[in-house]
Design a protein around this ligand. Structure first.
Ligand SMILES: Cc1cc2nc3c(=O)[nH]c(=O)nc-3n(C[C@H](O)[C@H](O)[C@H](O)COP(=O)(O)OP(=O)(O)OC[C@H]3O[C@@H](n4cnc5c(N)ncnc54)[C@H](O)[C@@H]3O)c2cc1C
Length: 489
């Protein structure tokens, strides 16, 4: 039988790793190296599969941002955790960059690895059995939060904190933090992890927790993939409500809106608090909607509108109050996402701006950024979020927070046609100047979006946590192969 010689994948230079890979040959199962064109034999036998076809490589060179495109040499669909260990060891030995990819919902190439190996974690999605009295659930890193919610809800249980969108991987959100409307009560998703199973950059499979390899545990949670690939996580469970009452409360003044949000999270009156800002008919971003949710039994008491809304200064005639099944509430973005996909807007570029502001400066800093924002610069289907967190619930060292008891998450979730490179560039520059303004006011960024950032920016970003991250990187990923797309090391 004759076979066509495989086309060698053309790859550009690698900055992060010591050895520049120029191609992977799927038939001889070897990588060729720029310096000597010496093939690297010995790709391990795998339970899963290694892919070098056009479709797999192009998919791994794209993400939800549709802005950055770095092509890997190969994509691993692991059949087991052992595959991750074997391939990370191989890549470590040869200095080949590696990036785990969950659902690819980063917006700036964070899960890409030019000339390297992308490990799709989706096959590692097992959710261990949950029983009625379980206090935790152990899940594969590739599981989506929707899978985890469904498995635990079958027993009346739930993880305490969710991102707004459920179709993100557990490994992906634990690498960044995982913030949502429940964070003011329970911290971020990373604050609700009891143990992790990880493969370090040196290819060692380890369990880590606050009591075991503590340095690694704290370097992996919100650690942007720099020290290890998460393959499994044990997450806290709490009792789930059967139904929730969902409130949308309109405001016409930014300071009143912020003050009421702050009051609600300090009093912990609701189980969930967020907020959105939209443009009025003139295009000015000054329509504010406070979104709050009260959990019903058995997680909370039957919602009492009078008590819950006491003293709030919203416009009562515009309030919308709805009872929803708990999962329907968690999955509330699903119909909107389906509509965005239908309209082709999911495939637009997403130069997202995600910031964390000190509460005391939120009105003036967010207000200033909103004053300059136009509907065109937000784009069709774009969203502005502004909601408070409670600082003392956020305990993960690498999830950097402003020094303020009630910081605010401020997100300008932009969409713009992906082929209009000039507009994308302009919006990225606008993101950077917004970040500079926020940093000068004592804020920081939530590193999921697209803010042009260099190594010095990252060192400043991590601040007092930098030595810990740098030391863990040296220990656990000594050749520096993991997750070059973050641009940290
Ligand atoms: C529509 C939408 C809604 C969102 N809503 C929220 C929200 O409400 N709250 C919030 O906090 N965030 C939100 N995000 C941001 C989201 O949490 C992050 O972008 C997250 O990293 C995406 O998860 P993912 O599985 O797609 O990760 P990917 O994009 O695949 O990966 C993100 C980064 O994590 C690394 N990584 C992935 N898996 C692993 C692993 N197993 N081990 C180590 N590193 C890994 C990757 O290499 C990459 O650097 C949202 C994003 C989108 C697109």
């Amino acid at each position: 039988m004759s076979r066509t010689p495989p086309r060698r994948t053309a790859l550009r230079g690698l900055a992060a790793a010591g050895t520049a890979v120029i191609g992977f040959d799927p038939f001889t199962r070897s990588w060729a190296v720029t310096a000597s064109d010496r093939p690297l034999h010995g790709i391990p036998e795998l339970d899963g599969t290694l892919h070098t076809d056009e479709a797999s490589l192009s998919a791994a060179a794209d993400d939800f941002g549709h802005i950055v495109h770095r092509r890997p040499a190969a994509v691993l669909r692991p059949g087991s955790v052992a595959d991750v260990v074997a391939m990370v060891r191989f890549c470590n030995k040869h200095g080949i960059p590696v990036a785990p990819r969950g659902q690819g919902h980063g917006t700036n190439g964070q899960a890409q690895a030019e000339g390297g190996l992308v490990i799709e974690t989706a096959p590692l999605a097992a959710v261990q059995p949950v029983g009625p009295g379980s206090k935790t659930v152990t899940v594969g890193a590739g599981a989506k939060w929707s899978d985890v919610a469904k498995a635990s809800l079958a027993h009346g249980l739930t993880p305490p904190v969710f991102t707004d969108y459920l179709e993100l991987s557990v490994g992906g959100t634990l690498s960044v933090g995982g913030l949502g409307g429940q964070t003011h009560r329970h911290g971020a998703q990373v604050d609700n992890v009891l143990e992790l199973e990880v493969v370090t950059g040196a290819g060692e499979l380890l369990r880590c927790s606050p009591d075991r390899h503590r340095d690694l545990f704290h370097a992996v949670l919100a650690g942007l993939g720099q020290c290890a690939v998460i393959v499994g996580a044990t997450v806290r469970l709490v009792r789930a409500p059967v139904t929730v009452r969902h409130y949308l409360l309109p405001y016409d003044d930014l300071r009143t809106f912020l003050d009421d949000q702050r009051l609600l999270v300090l009093e912990q009156r609701f189980s969930y608090v967020e907020g959105q800002i939209t443009a009025d008919a003139s295009g000015a971003f000054r329509e504010y909607v406070l979104e709050a949710v009260a959990y019903g039994p058995p997680a909370g008491e039957a919602p009492d509108d009078t008590a819950l809304l006491r003293g709030l200064r919203h416009n009562p005639s515009g309030a919308e109050i709805t009872d929803l099944a708990y999962y329907e509430f968690l999955d509330r973005l699903a119909p909107g996402v389906a509509a965005l996909k239908e309209a082709g807007l999911w495939a637009y570029a997403h130069p997202w701006l995600n910031l964390l502001l000190p509460g005391g400066r939120t009105a003036d800093v967010a207000g200033g950024i909103l004053d300059a924002l136009t509907p065109d610069d937000l784009g069709p289907g774009g969203v502005v979020l502004l909601y408070p967190l409670v600082r003392d619930r956020l305990r993960t060292p690498l999830l950097r927070m402003p020094d303020d008891p009630v910081p605010y998450l401020f997100a300008v979730l932009r969409t713009t046609p992906p082929d209009d490179a000039a507009t994308v560039e302009r919006l990225l520059a606008a993101n950077r100047s917004a970040y500079d303004r926020v940093r000068a006011a004592g804020g920081t960024r939530y590193p999921v979006g697209s803010v042009p950032f260099d190594g010095a920016d990252w060192r400043r970003h991590f601040g007092p946590a930098w030595p810990q991250l740098a030391a863990a990187r040296k220990t656990y990923d000594p050749r520096g192969i993991l997750v070059p797309g973050q641009g940290i090391f």
